[in-house]
Design a protein around this ligand. Structure first.
Ligand code: AMP
Ligand code: FE
Ligand code: FE
Ligand code: ZN
Length: 281
């Protein structure tokens, strides 16, 4: 059985492992095929690819784009896309800019709540790379403002909480188009986080299929076996590919290990073959 994991983050977004450390960790976990899916950036790709080549691991170019959505969260994974495609690159640059505008606003909100925290501390936590809310959460945790990363999101950083600031996001249509124009397949990440019931989910998938969606991440460490079953049924109904990944973030999600797709679920290499076939590879 091949061990594959198609969802993980480096410190170029909100993971804590460097690209090379992440690929080495994948090797330690005996994974044979991985996709590194940083939020809104592919800047770790070259280093990951170099390390993967050295260690004999297959690396699928990947990304996870945050799209506009209510009431929950809509993240769209892209697989097999070209990191150098100009339109994708310029779109990602504009998304980085929106993050840059959000960060000082989160600091301001936290300060207004009486919490002493500076942007400099968060920048240091991110290692000077793309800042995400988990970096704010870690600073709050290290300072003893909260007792866990979860508490930081529960009280301050989660959607609608005291220090939540929304950032400009791409629409689902734009996200899917950018992925497809760059030669990739678009897949809904962790559908559980959309926070919809079965009927609403089906309607939403139908809409997204109309926008060019190619798959659903039925397996993710945040989804139960029953949930995975539901997503697989919906995938079948809409003729979508099924993928899976751990959503590993290193110390920023301490309970999630690489290769853990939730409740002992496993994916075999056929998943990857199906994706390649759908792209004519
Ligand atoms: P950002 O892209 O900066 O908005 O941050 C989003 C990231 O924060 C997600 O990808 C998760 O890694 C993390 N995150 C969001 N909500 C939560 C939550 N409720 N608990 C823990 N981590 C979360
Ligand atoms: Fe994340
Ligand atoms: Fe996500
Ligand atoms: Zn993720």
């Amino acid at each position: 059985m091949n061990k594959i994991d198609l969802h993980m983050h480096t410190n170029h977004s909100d993971g804590t492992f460097t690209p090379r450390e992440l690929v080495r960790h994948a090797k330690e976990k005996a994974l044979t095929c991985i996709s590194v899916t940083d939020h809104d950036t592919m800047s770790s790709f070259d280093e990951c690819a170099d390390e993967a080549k050295k260690l004999g691991i297959e690396l699928i170019p990947g990304i996870e784009i945050s799209a506009q959505f209510e009431p929950g969260t809509l993240h769209i994974l892209g697989f097999f896309l070209d990191p150098k495609q100009p339109r994708l690159r310029s779109t990602l640059e504009s998304v980085q800019k929106a993050r840059g505008e959000r960060n000082p606003q989160i600091i301001e909100k936290l300060n207004q709540l009486g919490i002493e925290i500076t942007l400099k501390e968060v920048v240091a936590e991110s290692g000077g790379k793309q800042i995400g809310r988990p970096h704010f959460a870690r600073v709050l945790f290290k300072k003893g403002v909260v007792k866990s990363m979860d508490e930081a999101f529960e009280k301050y950083l989660g959607k609608g909480k005291a220090a939540y600031i929304d950032k400009r996001r791409l629409s689902s249509r734009e996200s899917i188009q950018r992925i497809r124009e760059a030669g990739g397949i678009a897949v809904i990440a962790h559908p559980k986080q959309m926070r919809l019931n079965e009927k609403e989910l089906a309607a939403e998938f139908e809409r997204l299929v109309g926008e060019g969606l190619g798959g659903i991440e039925a397996y993710n460490s945040c989804q139960s076996r029953e949930e995975a079953g539901l997503y697989k049924r919906l995938a079948k109904r809409f003729n979508l590919l099924v993928t899976g990944g751990s959503d590993f973030h290193g110390a920023n999600k301490p309970d999630v290990e690489l290769g853990n797709l939730g409740n002992g679920a496993a994916l075999d290499y056929e998943t990857v073959e199906r994706m390649k076939a759908s792209l004519g590879k």
